[in-house]
Design a protein around this ligand. Structure first.
Ligand SMILES: [Fe+2]
Length: 401
């Protein structure tokens, strides 16, 4: 039997399983019922919210467990005529105008009283790091991730906590990233393809045929990919297939640490970098991606900033003329800070290593190639929504066992 086939009584508006957590008593006043538990937790429930979340009776569809009630149908006639706690500790309500009795599972109500319905619940808190506090990225073996939810949870939790994880001992097979992605969620496509190659024979460095600086042997300073998009790809997975090149070490820098350092010691730079806009422009035959945004774009999350720092596609200032000089000065200092050894992890990717990181929070870079030898990496993007959804599901699943 799959977990979501377990019959809950009374049924709940999702596919999770809840243990009973009996309500101590319910206070009813006007439109609101306040539930109290013996441990002091309480939950305030508006009558319309209860109606929307009634299993059946026009509220929650038993098949999809989604809400059926169009807000236009909410009526003043939907009044509670009786509120009580059942002998099992569940909430019982009788509704006008038809005297319909409905019940609400005590454990489901309690998980809301405990805040487990918030987007951040079931996810690890982000931890800001520097080269001192995280001298090496966490490493996880590839094979267990493919069939063990504990191993998958460990990797996803590293990614959400530190923004970084190296999956090691992966098969040295082109396309393996699709197998890894099938454990996590849909791959995010772009004009570079769903699965893209970073491949440069040193003799091709600077080849005019390539459409991205990534496919040259040039140094790539700390950056994040695709700032030309309204919401850049969430996470990036780079699978090393061949690395015989002399040089080409990878670097990682926590953008959240840079933001913390800026706020503490260069608040004026932070103000400029988080408010003055630049136009990012992805030039290419037949494509015209562009977006205007600040270098530090919180996108609603101060603690996990979106850093738009890919200078190859930063094209035009989008600010009053008299602010451009100050914006360049702040930008220069920001990139110097991003390159500071205090913040930057440097390591060499070997065949079978997959460097996984939060593409919006973590700046990644590559030292220049020199000498001889080949280097071939494959990459995919998976959005943050998918990483978080799977992490919540596996973390919650593990907690329930
Ligand atoms: Fe990149």
């Amino acid at each position: 039997m799959r977990k979501h086939d377990v019959v809950m009584e009374p049924p709940v508006p999702d596919f999770y399983r809840y243990g009973p957590d009996p309500i101590a008593f319910a206070d009813w006043s006007g439109d609101t019922v306040v539930l109290h538990w013996h441990d002091g937790k309480r939950l305030s429930c508006h009558r319309f919210w209860l109606r929307e979340n009634t299993f059946g009776y026009g509220g929650i569809d038993p098949a999809t467990r989604e809400g059926l009630m169009d807000p236009a149908e909410l009526s003043d006639a939907m009044q509670m005529t009786s509120v009580s706690v059942t002998p099992a500790g569940d909430l019982r309500i009788v509704w006008q105008p038809d005297e319909q009795e409905t019940r609400y599972h005590s454990g489901w109500l309690k998980h809301i009283a405990e805040g487990q319905h918030y987007p951040d619940s079931w996810l690890p808190k982000p931890q800001v790091w520097t080269a001192d506090s995280l001298p090496n990225p966490p490493r996880r073996a590839a094979a267990p991730i493919l069939d063990d939810d504990n191993a998958l949870a460990d990797m996803l939790n590293d990614l959400l906590c530190y923004g970084v994880c190296v999956v090691e001992q992966a098969p040295i097979e082109a396309g393996f990233l699709n197998q890894l992605a099938s454990r996590i969620g849909p791959v995010r496509d772009s004009n570079f393809g769903a699965l893209w190659d970073v491949k440069a024979d040193v003799e091709l460095a600077g080849d005019a045929k390539t459409n991205t600086t990534a496919n040259t042997g040039f140094r790539l300073g700390p950056h994040t990919d695709l700032p030309t998009r309204e919401v850049p790809p969430g996470f990036q997975f780079l699978h090393c297939l061949v690395n015989e090149a002399d040089g080409g070490e990878s670097t990682l820098t926590d953008g959240a640490a840079l933001v913390q350092a800026l706020k503490a010691s260069q608040p004026e730079d932070y103000e400029i970098l988080s408010t003055r806009r630049w136009i990012f422009f992805n030039r290419g035959p037949g494509i015209d991606h562009r977006f205007s945004a600040p270098i530090i774009d919180t996108l609603g999350r101060e603690d996990i900033p979106t850093i738009r720092a890919f200078y190859p596609v930063r094209a035009f200032p989008d600010m009053p003329d008299n602010e451009v000089a100050g914006a360049y000065a702040a930008l220069r200092r920001f990139h110097q800070l991003a390159d500071d050894a205090r913040f930057e992890l440097t390591f060499r990717l070997g065949p079978g290593d997959i460097m996984c990181f939060d593409n919006r929070r973590i700046l990644h870079g590559r030292k220049a190639f020199s000498g001889s030898g080949k280097r071939h990496l494959q990459g995919i993007y998976i959005d943050r929504d998918e990483i978080q959804s799977t992490a919540r599901a596996v973390n919650r699943g593990q907690a329930a066992i």
